[in-house]
Ligand binder design. Structure first.
Ligand code: NAP
Length: 302
């Protein structure tokens, strides 16, 4: 028996940059691989490597018990899968398209209704990282599917299952991406500030990268405040940080750059100071982000 015969056949729907990388990694891992894409011409390299291009999505689905879906967004997933109810019945869908937790849960419910096993995935990688140890993929939904197909999933990168609630993988994904985008926006503010005096951003990056890396050492300390909801300040208070952040914004105004990025931080600080918490830790800004207190646990008194 050759490698292809011993591996589960897999179909990949969607051959954008990410879908192509996924199909290539699965094929190289020894799985007979069938692909489909809405537009023609995306599968040429894969076909040259031995991947099968199906003429229709339905035929692609019928070729494999496992169907990986990697489309643009939730709407494209819904539109595509809605037309595939019959061929998908009894098969496993692994949807690695970026969606919200709510959308993932809705798709999981739709799948259950139609006898389709469902595993939701979130990709913490760019296409070039797929198949390398540095790639990390998050999963939630069917644990049986995750356990049974772990070898397949690990062809794409590190694989971790977060729970039976299909929304959890995207919840973590979007939380990590939200942190990342805010950090990049902060870096852009800093680069614009020094750039107002002609400093190249590349020169600034040489300072910012080690600075931000060192600052990530403080994340766990912040998290301990967040989890306890006890912000009794043993570190710098909101009042202290207000002075610093207001100065950063004033410098931006003086240098003629836009200050929305830092204004968002000012807003969070001011919100908590106005509520009477100026002597408490800066970490308390999370209480300006969390939903209003429901009166439970350590979240009272926001
Ligand atoms: N690229 C990344 O770095 C990265 C990283 C993490 C997660 N992701 C996620 O992976 C998913 C795919 O990303 P990508 O980079 O491959 O995107 P992409 O290159 O823009 O490809 C989008 C794919 O979706 C298809 N599509 C769009 N609308 C469709 C519709 N209405 N019906 C059927 N097919 C449709 C496109 O088909 P056509 O060829 O016909 O247009 C194409 O195959 C996204 O959810 C993205 O957020 C990407």
């Amino acid at each position: 028996m050759n490698a292809q015969q011993s591996h589960t056949p897999v179909t990949v729907l969607g051959l954008g940059a990410m879908g192509r990388a996924i199909a290539g990694a699965i094929h190289r891992g020894g799985h007979p691989t069938t692909v489909w894409n809405r537009s023609a011409g995306r599968a040429d390299d894969l076909v040259a490597q031995g991947v099968t291009l199906a003429p229709t999505a339905a035929e692609a689905v019928r070729a494999s018990p496992v169907v990986v879906v990697c489309l643009l967004d939730d709407t494209s997933v819904r539109d595509t899968l809605a037309a595939l109810v019959d061929p998908l019945a009894g098969r496993l869908v692994i949807n690695v398209t970026t969606v919200t937790p709510k959308r993932a849960r809705e798709t999981a419910a739709w799948a259950a209704e139609h006898g389709i096993e469902y595993l939701d995935g979130a990709i913490m990688a760019i296409p070039e990282m797929i198949g390398l140890p540095v790639a990390s993929l998050l999963y939630s939904g069917s644990q049986a599917a995750f356990d049974t197909h772990r070898g397949l999933l690990e062809l794409l990168g590190g694989a971790r299952w977060f729970g039976a609630d299909a929304g959890l993988a995207s919840l973590y994904d979007l939380a990590l991406l939200g942190s990342m985008y805010s950090m990049f926006a902060g870096f852009a503010y800093g680069a614009a500030l020094v750039g107002s005096e002609g400093v190249p951003a590349t020169e600034f990056a040489e300072l910012a990268a080690p600075w931000l890396t060192a600052m990530t050492g403080g994340l766990t300390g912040h998290a301990e405040y967040f989890d306890s909801a006890d912000y009794t300040a043993e570190t710098q208070s909101l009042d202290f940080n207000k002075a610093a952040v207001d100065t950063i914004a004033e410098a931006g105004h003086d240098q003629g750059i836009r200050t929305e990025v830092i204004a968002a931080v000012q807003h969070l600080i001011d919100h908590q100071i106005a509520a009477g918490h100026g002597k408490e830790s800066f970490a308390r800004i999370i209480e300006a982000i969390r939903p209003p207190a429901t009166g439970g646990g350590g979240r009272e008194g926001r």
